[in-house]
Write a protein that binds this ligand. Structure first.
Ligand SMILES: *Cc1c(COP(=O)(O)O)cnc(C)c1O
Length: 305
């Protein structure tokens, strides 16, 4: 396993653990999980990799300022706020919508890391976060390095490519990953691995993955297999089937999942195993991308962990 201390943050070792899909035992299938969630208690999972090159660029600048975008529960904002503070950088967030009467736990956390929070009316936010208007942003916030919403950019994908270094070659037949902006997926594809890559969108009917991968400069000869049936109605949506799956998964594997991304992916993998999608002898690696801070937005006492 290789070192990941690229921003001088103290990081835990990332391990691959054998897990049970909580189905009747099948001796012909082998399921594993890459525990990126264990990397760091706050900047867990894929976000730190996506931030890597933006952090480096900001550290080399004179203004030493990062600006980014997100919703009130965004894992990306939490990770950016923490990593920026650790690196001694100033951080600014444009947040979609208006400040609620009670700020989200995520924004409370971001403020505790000295992130400057600016709310933006939804339409303006949509325009600006999709294609950052640098003149406008600089006039309003001063000089900075922009991290696109969710880290969706070529530098983000290049950082995510390093996730593949944790996966030994010739050990797995399939690699499974949850998808939000498709930046992490793009990084894995860029690594040029031989394993079949299976993507689980956390958004409903996400038909623009090929276009996103093209924007992130992934050669279009390599395409993932995309499983569209496990978004549970859309981004951030959940139901009691998903919650009870998370609780059973925790009981059997002692691994917490987040309800926005990884629980949906694991539910999907379990369903695909049940349906016979994976050929006998498959060695399936699921990447746990972290995101556990998001579970604090669920009603209390739903989760057994
Ligand atoms: C952001 C996030 C993702 C999605 O990553 P993308 O690179 O945007 O596709 C997956 N899992 C977790 C836990 C995340 O926070």
């Amino acid at each position: 396993m290789q070192e990941t201390d690229f921003v001088n943050m103290e990081l835990n070792e990332v391990v691959i653990k054998k897990i049970s899909p909580i189905l009747p035992q099948r001796s012909d299938l082998h399921l594993y999980m890459l525990r990126l969630d264990a990397l760091h208690p706050i900047v867990s999972g894929n976000k730190l990799f996506k931030l890597k090159y933006y952090l480096e660029e900001a550290l080399q600048s004179t203004h030493r300022t990062l600006l980014t975008f997100g919703g009130a529960y965004s894992n990306h904002l939490a990770a950016t706020a923490y990593a920026a503070r650790e690196a001694g950088l100033r951080s600014i967030a444009c947040v979609r919508g208006e400040e609620g009467r009670k700020p989200s736990h995520t924004l409370d956390f971001c403020r505790s890391q000295q992130m400057e929070i600016h709310f933006m009316e939804r339409e303006l936010y949509r325009q600006i976060s999709e294609t950052p208007h640098e003149d406008f942003l600089t006039s309003r916030f001063g000089p900075h390095i922009t991290i696109p919403s969710g880290g969706f950019g070529v530098m983000g994908a290049r950082g995510a490519r390093d996730i593949a270094d944790f996966i030994p070659e010739n050990s797995f037949s399939h690699i499974c990953v949850a998808v939000g902006t498709a930046t992490t997926l793009a990084g894995l594809l860029m690594a040029g691995r031989k394993e079949k890559i299976i993507a689980f969108p956390a958004l409903k009917g996400m038909t623009d993955i090929p276009e996103r991968l093209r924007k992130l400069t992934v050669q279009n000869t390599i395409q993932p297999e995309v499983m569209q049936d496990y978004s549970f109605g859309g981004f951030g949506k959940w139901n009691m089937d998903l919650i009870s799956y998370m609780n059973r998964f925790y009981k059997v594997n002692n691994i917490p999942l987040d309800f926005v991304y990884n629980a949906k992916m694991m539910f999907g993998i379990t369903d695909l195993i049940r349906k016979g999608f994976f050929p006998p002898g498959s060695h399936i690696l699921a990447i746990h991308t972290g995101g556990l801070q998001g579970n604090d937005s669920l009603p209390a006492n739903l989760l057994a962990f």
